[in-house]
Design a binder for this molecule. Sequence first.
Ligand SMILES: [Fe+2]
Length: 209
Amino acid sequence: MDRAYANDVLSWAYQQNPGPWYNHSLNVAKATEKIILELNKNGHDLNSTLAYNAALLHDIGRFKGFTESVIHSYDGYMFMKELGYMGNAIICVTHSFPCRNENIENAANWSLIPDYMKKQLLEILEENHDYDLYNKVITLCDALADAEGFSILEKRLISVGLRHGTNLNTTSHWKGFYKIKKELEDLIGRSIYSLLPEIEKSIYTNIDY
Ligand SMILES: [Fe+2]
């Protein structure tokens, strides 16, 4: 619940492994807070500081350096669990799986993941298959913010696909984001994009690949 502390944790992690993921994390947190506040305007009672901090730390596993996507989730989970923040730990894993029923074994480069890690990731997802609103908002915002600012979903998904590759499961992964987007837009009665300042700039800039 302490934004200064969450920022300190992120800054420490950035010093271990500097990279664009730091600004991405700040932007995911900003987008998350905007959507959470809009949900509250529409009758929900969500804690914006809790959401902001969980979003800020969703990629904290990057402190270990460049690893496969699922490994950064696992490292983040272990790190936040060690600090005693189980909610944050779970989001480190679940944000990588927008589609709840997604076959985890189709995750990018699953064959490179050590067995003990696979087992634990499967257990975490099984125990936490009911995503709450915090979880859904952060998962969506991960796909709406890069290091430069906010981005339309299509651009960000294609950019990730170009950088990390795609597989047979990619379309169900993408559908998971669109499903969350629609669900949240139904709750707030407007486009998510209308909450993210200057998102339109993302259509004029080059894509990372
Ligand atoms: Fe992320």
